[in-house]
Design a protein around this ligand. Structure first.
Ligand code: NAD
Length: 260
């Protein structure tokens, strides 16, 4: 056991979660790296984070579509480190399809991974945070938590839902020194978005550059991708003493998308 703080980042073997795990480690926190895949590469990520930042980092496999595994991830973290100080609910998937033909199994998976997992980890973490007298919960929502786009019914519903969950948890925890906030990124160039770029190139018969500028970044006024590091540093800020009185809100990092 160490006296460092302990942060769980769900879905942290790729993209925003991976950058957030590194940034929270650089800020001196022990890290639980999570994904459902349980590969040698996943364990190597935890070893790399520990070596690079001089903290303890462990990989814990848990499928965020399964309520019991979400809750067990929190309990296993507490058993391993003796505290659960920060939970970043980041794991997420996407599927794009018209609502009338949206596959039910994709709807269920998106609601489970992008929304319900945060309910389960939050419910499991709060007793530990209350016992410790402090805690930080950061939900990675999306500009789609505040605005809609066609063909993303499940994703938009889940992300609006997580913004509502964020506000409710913040109010319930307001006198317990536990904050709960949501970060709302615009488009960030990660594997989740690479799939959408490839789909748009095919659907519109466009080259990559045109598909990015004219379709993907059409709603993002800067016409530039947000970087994973910019999201990660926003999470670090929300976990810092400066953010002690920030709770129940959304922070947009979206190149001006939701100003429209
Ligand atoms: P990504 O595909 O690069 O990473 C997703 C991570 O989630 C991976 O580590 C993957 O292993 C994990 N994951 C997926 N299903 C899981 C499951 N069932 N159990 C455990 N882990 C699982 O995606 P990303 O772009 O980094 O997205 C991270 C979060 O940021 C998501 O919630 C996404 O909705 C949100 N977001 C992304 C963007 C963007 O433009 N990339 C914009 C707004 C919000």
């Amino acid at each position: 056991m160490s006296d460092r703080k302990t942060a769980i980042v769900t879905g942290s073997t790729s993209g925003i979660g991976l950058a957030t795990a590194h940034a929270l480690a650089a800020a001196g926190n022990n890290i639980v790296v999570n994904s459902f895949s349980d590969k040698a590469e996943d364990r190597a990520i935890a070893e790399k984070i520990a070596g690079k930042h001089g903290v303890e980092a462990v990989y814990m496999q848990a499928d965020m579509s399964k309520p019991d595994e979400c809750r067990a991830l929190v309990e296993r973290t507490n058993e391993r480190f003796g505290t659960v100080d920060i939970v970043v609910n980041n794991a997420g998937i996407q599927h794009v399809s018209p609502v009338e033909t949206f596959p039910t199994e994709k709807w269920d998976a998106i609601i489970a991974i992008n929304l319900s997992s945060a309910f389960h980890t939050t419910a499991a973490a709060i007793p530990h945070m209350k016992r410790q007298g402090s805690g930080r919960i950061v939900n990675i929502a999306s500009a789609h938590g505040l605005r809609a786009s066609p063909f993303k019914s499940a994703y938009v519903a889940a992300k609006h839902g997580i913004v509502g969950l964020t506000k409710t948890v913040a109010l319930e925890m307001a006198e317990s020194r536990i904050t709960c906030n949501a970060v709302c990124p615009g488009f960030v160039l990660t594997p989740l978005v690479e799939v959408q770029i490839a789909d748009q190139m095919k659907a519109n018969n466009m080259d990559r550059e045109t598909a990015i500028r004219e379709v993907i970044l059409k709603k993002q006024p800067t016409r530039e991708f947000v970087t994973v590091e910019q999201i990660a540093e926003t999470v670090v800020f929300l976990c810092s003493p400066a953010a002690e009185q920030i709770t129940g809100t959304t922070i947009s990092v979206d190149g001006g998308w939701t100003a429209q």
